[in-house]
Design a protein. Structure first.
Length: 446
């Protein structure tokens, strides 16, 4: 869903209250003016009840309070800006909230978590947040919201002679090598690649670290894959991007893909590669065409990989973190595991403990220091943390230097129809296991 479709100028206000409750009341008053059937008292009670169980503060001075109610429409979004700043219990070091995105969702809105996640991804960009807070008036704020949430409008790729030659050659190579698509690494260019900058006769896939909502005029790219890269190596996003494309069904395991990119921010294409997907992933496919277990949603695996990668890079409180995520076939996994500690996720609503919920990121990272594994259902619901995997595999020999966490991941991925993802505490490498076979997703860092 395009976020700019639920942004309305009439529901964007400058806030006067200095408390969260007061700010929510102001935003609800604006919503009732447009939708008089809404009940502000009940909505406020629901918003505050959620706030008491799980903070809706995202960081960078942005809060995303939300509630689900019975109503005919899918979503109502109200946005408030506070120049003075609002006190929020979830903020750290006396940081104040300056932007509030209040989302009211109908109970039948199936893409509720996806919309929450989309908003959260956008407002984690410091430049965008500063741009919104600094808007001179509400009309300018509205225009900037449409620009930021309707799809990033980056600068054109430099149309110099070498770039034109490289892209034309990519098309020739793709045709000659019988490739199913061209994968363009947009972060090569400062600001990315704007629609219209590249014209190709073959399906083209844009890979970028920037959150982009598909726009109607973005006709150059059949698909957009958002994958963060924490490496300066050329096309370091390559394996993760192809993995995402494979799990989403954008490409097939027997496809070839022509990839073109360059050093991040160099504004210059300098690398062209043809990837045979079956050969690249033959170790984890092991003669089978399906990498993703039947019950695991592609977006769930993407989210787990993203959280694991962030943990590998950032650690926790300046210290490296090692952890294990087991995704899919949770019934079998639970039979082959036992709790090491009291389950911190027990008793919460499934919606609140879904890995797709943007407010779960910090919770998962906080519990990553607990020994044991996260057990995650295929639809994203976190079943438990701190689980001891008891599956044993005596036949599968792992490379030297890998410890019990990797051994447990390998064993459980053989015993159950699941995917296991390990973050190494010693090397910060992120490794995926499927059917007992390992696939490194990032390089070692130490």
């Amino acid at each position: 869903m395009r976020l700019d479709k639920i942004i309305a100028r009439s529901r964007i206000v400058d806030l006067h209250s200095l408390t969260l409750q007061g700010a929510l009341q102001e935003l609800l008053e604006v919503c009732v003016q447009t939708f008089p059937d809404l009940k502000p008292d009940a909505l406020l009670k629901g918003l505050l009840a959620r706030e008491s169980t799980m903070t809706t503060y995202l960081g960078l001075g942005v809060a995303l309070p939300h509630v689900r109610v019975k109503m005919n429409r899918r979503f109502v979004l109200a946005i408030g800006r506070s120049r003075a700043g609002i006190r929020h219990d979830g903020a750290k070091d006396e940081e104040k909230v300056r932007l509030i995105f209040m989302l009211i969702a109908g109970q039948q809105a199936r893409d509720y978590l996806q919309v929450l996640a989309s908003i959260a991804r956008q407002v984690r960009e410091p430049d965008l947040v500063e741009n919104l807070v600094g808007a001179p008036d509400l009309d300018a704020l509205y225009e900037r919201l449409l620009g930021g949430f309707g799809g990033i409008r980056p600068v054109h790729a430099q149309q110099n002679r070498i770039n034109k030659i490289m892209f034309n050659e990519a098309q020739r190579v793709a045709k000659g090598a019988d490739c199913g698509a061209i994968m363009v690494f947009g972060d090569t260019f400062v600001g990315g690649i704007q629609a219209g900058a590249l014209q190709a006769k073959i399906k083209t896939i844009l890979v970028t670290r920037n959150p982009i909502e598909p726009s109607e005029d973005q006709k150059d790219f059949a698909e957009t894959i958002q994958v963060r890269s924490f490496s300066a190596q050329r096309m370091a996003q390559l394996r993760s991007a192809i993995l995402v494309a494979l799990t989403r069904g954008i490409v097939a395991y027997n496809d070839r893909v022509c990839c073109i990119g360059g050093v991040t921010g160099s504004n210059q294409f300098d690398t062209l590669a043809v990837v045979d997907i079956e050969r690249e992933f033959q170790s984890v496919l092991t003669g089978q065409s399906q990498l993703l277990p039947e019950d695991v949603k592609a977006e769930v695996l993407e989210r787990v990989i993203a959280v694991a990668t962030e943990l590998a890079v950032e650690g926790r409180e300046g210290k490296p973190v090692g952890c294990l995520f087991v995704v899919g076939d949770s019934g079998t996994v639970e039979q082959l595991s036992k709790p090491l500690v009291l389950n911190p996720f027990y008793g919460y609503k499934e919606e609140d403990r879904n890995i797709l919920n943007p407010f779960m990121d910090e919770t998962v990272k906080e519990f990553s220091s607990i020994d044991g594994a996260f057990v995650i259902r295929g639809d994203g619901v976190v079943i438990s943390a701190g689980s001891l995997i008891q599956a044993i595999d005596t036949n599968n020999v792992l490379p030297s230097g890998l410890g019990t966490r990797h051994a447990a991941a390998s064993a459980i991925s053989l015993a159950a129809q699941c995917i296991a993802i390990v973050v190494s505490s010693s090397t910060s490498q992120v490794t995926l296991f499927r059917r007992g076979v390992m696939l490194p997703l990032t390089e070692k860092r130490r």
